[in-house]
Design a protein around this ligand. Structure first.
Ligand code: F3S
Length: 420
């Protein structure tokens, strides 16, 4: 059972208002269920419910929309207690024409901006806050929602967060506290299994890292894996690996030996010797992991999508290099999603124009899986993407066949209209 300090008890008793008391009750109940015995101060929060939500707006009556704004106002009724940045929204306010966002949704989104500003919340509307200047440092206590970002900040930045839902994250922001369990504690960060990368595996492309993460997630499920044999990688590869592990499993953290701040050596990760559960990740395992996202050459492709997790500026450069001066095949949709900050940079550098001249579109703040334009996206039959997480979820959520390939291979599909 959690023991509360006087300050925490006062919040629970309503000293900071009824909504803060409700938030503290949520956190205490959650912490008790998870075996926590105390609360700790939170430094950085990423909630997920401060946007015009698809399930609210999809055919919703006006009254429901007003109700939802009421909930947002409740969440934003007082200043948040620490850095708070919102997860993805459901559309790009500056590109409402792409999938036909109506005025009512735009108005609600604008009202949410006003309300959030008053609470001191940064409406980053991105799954990659760390690309927009929200970078928790080693040891900082966080309450983040986006699953790959949870793995990323635990594994690559040395910050600490459990996997949060929208309610627990907003409760952390409102109260300034989180229950101390799981990856917030030293003992909750220890790995239970080891994945050894074999010599016949190359980790040259970001996709290779995405597949490695996906394999790790399958083996680990909700446990913490360690991986040995990986070299330091670029941030685009790291986000793919974390997204893969968070999609196929419920992974919170990966110890990448030699990369993760807490994992300088294999001996440091497993001081009592290697665990019994140990897997070899070789070319056979790579092929098996990729197989569900493969098709015979010539398979038609009607959508090519990049930007899951949200694209970096470097990814824009690489996409632009491949498509400049060319045009997408008739009938193929070409989309890149990113954060608003990166989109602004990409626009200034001319990359957005290159993509639009190619026949594609760039969307900030959203992604196909988290979108308020279901009908348009549900018409997609076969998506080619370099993003393992999008490929994993789109099969079920969008009822869409998904093919995984390198950025270059996906661009060839956009040019040809079929998978090579
Ligand atoms: Fe981000 Fe959507 Fe992928 S929220 S991680 S782009 S599924």
């Amino acid at each position: 059972m959690i023991t509360l300090s006087q300050e925490q008890q006062d919040i629970l008793d309503g000293a900071n208002g009824q909504f803060a008391a409700k938030c503290m009750r949520w956190l205490v109940n959650w912490g008790n269920a998870m075996g926590a015995t105390n609360m700790i101060r939170v430094d950085n929060v990423m909630p997920s419910n401060l946007a015009a939500m698809g399930h609210i707006l999809d055919g919703a009556a006006k009254g429901q929309i007003r109700d939802y704004l009421g909930f947002v106002k409740e969440c934003c009724g007082s200043r948040v207690k620490c850095t708070t940045t919102q997860h993805i929204a459901r559309f790009d306010m500056e590109e409402p024409d792409i999938f036909g966002i109506d005025q009512e949704q735009l108005n609600l989104q604008k009202e949410i901006i006003e309300v959030a500003r008053g609470a001191g919340i940064n409406l980053g509307w991105s799954c990659t806050p760390y690309l927009q200047g929200v970078v928790p440092l080693p040891g900082q206590i966080c309450a983040w929602t986006e699953s790959h970002a949870v793995v990323f900040i635990n594994s690559f930045l040395g910050a600490r967060t459990t996997r949060n839902g929208g309610e627990s994250a907003i409760a952390a922001a409102v109260t300034g506290w989180v229950p101390a369990f799981g990856a917030l504690r030293d003992e909750g960060r220890k790995p239970q299994l080891l994945i050894r990368i074999m010599d016949d595996v190359s980790l040259d492309d970001d996709l290779d890292w995405g597949l490695l993460g996906y394999y790790a997630g399958i083996k680990a499920n909700i446990r913490t894996p360690a991986i040995v044999g990986a070299k330091p990688c670029r941030i685009e590869a790291a986000k793919q690996m974390c997204a893969g592990a968070a999609a196929s499993g419920g992974v919170t953290m990966i110890h990448v030996v030699g990369v993760t701040p807490e994992a300088p050596t294999l001996e440091a990760v497993f001081p009592e010797g290697e665990p019994e559960e140990c897997y070899e990740y070789g070319a056979t395992q790579v092929a098996e992991t990729l197989e569900p996202f493969s098709a015979q050459p010539g398979h038609p492709v009607d959508t090519v999508y990049f930007g899951c997790p949200h694209a970096t500026l470097q990814e824009f450069i690489e996409i632009a290099d491949l498509i400049e001066g060319k045009h997408v095949h008739a009938g193929v949709g070409f989309y890149v999603t990113t954060s608003y900050g990166v989109k602004c940079q990409a626009k200034r550098m001319g990359y957005v124009k290159i993509i639009e001249d190619f026949g594609g579109r760039v969307m900030a703040d959203c992604c196909p899986l988290q979108a308020n334009y279901y009908e348009k996206i549900h018409a997609w039959n076969c998506m080619a993407t370099n993003a393992v997480k999008q490929a994993h979820y789109a099969r079920g959520l969008l009822d869409c066949k998904t093919l995984l390939g390198t950025t270059e291979r996906c661009v060839r599909a956009a040019l040809n209209g079929y998978w090579e």
